[in-house]
Design a protein around this ligand. Structure first.
Ligand code: NAI
Length: 250
């Protein structure tokens, strides 16, 4: 039996590739109607939607740059008009702009904060407003990172943004638990996506040696945890972070 009731509306940000793509496909497999958000990769989003529909699921692509408050407001206006509500939000969009601290410019710090933190803030605020107005409750899953739990050299900006997402999620979870809204975080370690291939072979080999399970994770191994936290299987879990890292930070 599917985990989500027919008519469950789920928005996944940054879902045209990588982890977001796997999350969108998994939520749809479990019966949710999935809104596949993308910033500029319309082709990738179209392919995700097609893949979901070809498997008998329901999906639609929706464009918005999550770091732009006005664009996020427009996206939620479209969701309200077209679907009337939102049940699940997965804040997955994220970027890295790695640099050692002493060379880190203000711009790269701002860029990472704008997409990772402000993006999560804008979308969560809009979703919570809709969930409260509709009195439906809901589930929000924010994608952080082990960098936000233990810190990662060369990623002071990214680690700060992901740590902020974890504490932001706890605060919102406390604020809206009484409204039936659960907010949890998933903190992946090294997952096979273009974000990790961008690190290059040498760094990848170094990171591999730190992982007890001896391999990088697959996007689907993150997606199944997100689906768990988005579904009623986790109905008594809120304000928590589940780390998915092959034992890296145990
Ligand atoms: P990815 O680069 O394939 O996915 C990131 C997605 O976010 C892309 O589709 C991108 O277009 C989208 N995006 C970026 N800026 C956006 C914006 N302003 N508005 C809307 N969408 C935007 O990389 P991956 O690995 O799938 O990353 C997904 C999430 O997982 C990110 O939040 C990342 O920080 C996090 N993560 C990834 C890890 C990994 O090892 N791959 C480890 C820990 C966390």
């Amino acid at each position: 039996m599917a985990l989500f009731q027919d008519g469950t509306i789920a928005l996944v940000t940054g879902a045209s590739s990588g982890i977001g793509r796997a999350v969108a496909i998994d939520l749809a497999k479990q019966g949710a109607t999935v809104l596949v958000n993308y910033r500029s990769n319309a082709q990738g989003a179209k392919e995700v939607v097609a893949q979901i529909k070809n498997s008998g699921g329901k999906a639609a692509a929706i464009q918005a740059d999550v770091s732009d408050a006005v664009a996020v407001e427009k996206m939620f206006t479209i969701i309200k008009r077209s679907f009337g509500k939102i049940d699940v939000l997965v804040n997955n969009s994220g970027i890295t702009r790695d640099s050692f601290l002493i060379m880190m410019g203000k711009q790269v710090f701002d860029d990472v904060m704008k997409t990772n933190c402000y993006g999560c803030f804008y979308c969560t605020q809009a979703a919570v407003r809709m969930m409260c107005a509709a009195k439906t409750g809901g589930a929000i899953v924010n994608i952080a990172s082990t960098s936000g739990v233990v810190g990662q050299e060369g990623q002071a900006n990214y680690s700060a943004s992901k740590g902020a997402i974890i504490s932001f999620s706890k605060a919102v979870a406390k604020e809206y638990a009484s409204k039936g809204i659960r907010v949890n975080t998933v903190a992946p370690g090294f997952i096979n996506t273009k974000m990790t291939t961008a690190a290059g072979n040498l760094l990848q080999e170094k990171y591999l040696s730190y992982i007890p399970q001896g391999r990088f994770g697959e996007p689907e191994e993150v997606a199944s945890v997100v689906t768990f936290l988005a579904s009623s299987l986790s109905s008594y879990i809120t304000g928590k972070t589940i780390v998915v890292d092959g034992g890296l930070t145990m």
